[in-house]
Design a protein around this ligand. Structure first.
Ligand code: GRF
Length: 196
């Protein structure tokens, strides 16, 4: 069965693009029912539109987060999604989101080898890896649930070496390439499980 999924984004949308490309190439038996963004004008929305994927903006401010995320979850359920992918969604999810979503599973992509360097985001992850002197980093796809962020069962990890002379940008670029592979692999695995 082709797995219907929703993708939550806030920015660039390269992980969304990896899913779109894998579906288009026949490497992933999935269908994106909805792309939801926390920010109007996120480049990810443009990426979705180019692939004729439906989009919605549920803009989040500190004052509106609970209502916006409740509405976002309702839209996801109404779209028929059976999986939610957090692909660079930049806000912590409130209880109302989880209540509305019910039993639909949620996965998240994080640019480190969790549990190491969880709870950080963006370049801060890679800066912390470099400061720590770690010899490797990587990408993790894990299940997300109410409670602590960057927690939950790890589904896929892909490793990269930290190279002498790396700065945060160089390391981020090397990790990002692995994120794309890890995310497609994880969604593919869940799609195959949903099919049996
Ligand atoms: C990625 O590094 C992802 O791991 C993190 O946010 C970033 C999103 O990048 N959660 P993009 O929008 O998919 O290009």
């Amino acid at each position: 069965m082709t797995l219907p999924l929703a993708v939550c984004v806030s920015g660039r949308g390269s992980n969304l693009g990896a899913i779109i490309d894998a579906i288009a190439a026949g490497r992933l038996d999935a269908r994106i029912t909805l792309v939801v963004s926390s920010r109007a004008g996120a480049p990810a929305l443009e990426r979705a539109s180019r692939a004729s994927v439906p989009t919605a903006v549920h803009a989040v401010t500190n004052a509106t987060r609970a209502d916006a995320q409740r509405a976002m979850a309702r839209a996801i359920v109404a779209s028929g999604a059976r999986l939610v992918v957090l692909a660079g969604y930049d806000r912590i999810l409130t209880d109302g989101f989880w209540d509305e979503l019910g039993a639909i599973p949620v996965i998240n992509i994080h640019p480190s080898l969790l549990p190491a360097f969880g709870g950080l985001n963006g370049m801060r992850v890679h800066e912390a890896v470099l400061r720590s002197g770690a010899r490797e980093s990587g990408a993790t796809v894990h299940r997300a649930q109410p409670g602590p962020v960057d927690d939950g069962e790890i589904l896929v990890q892909r490793r990269v070496a930290v190279l002498p002379g790396d700065d945060a940008e160089a390391l981020a670029a090397r990790v990002l390439a692995e994120e794309h592979l890890a995310l497609v692999e994880a969604v593919g695995r869940l799609a195959r499980q949903a099919a049996v």
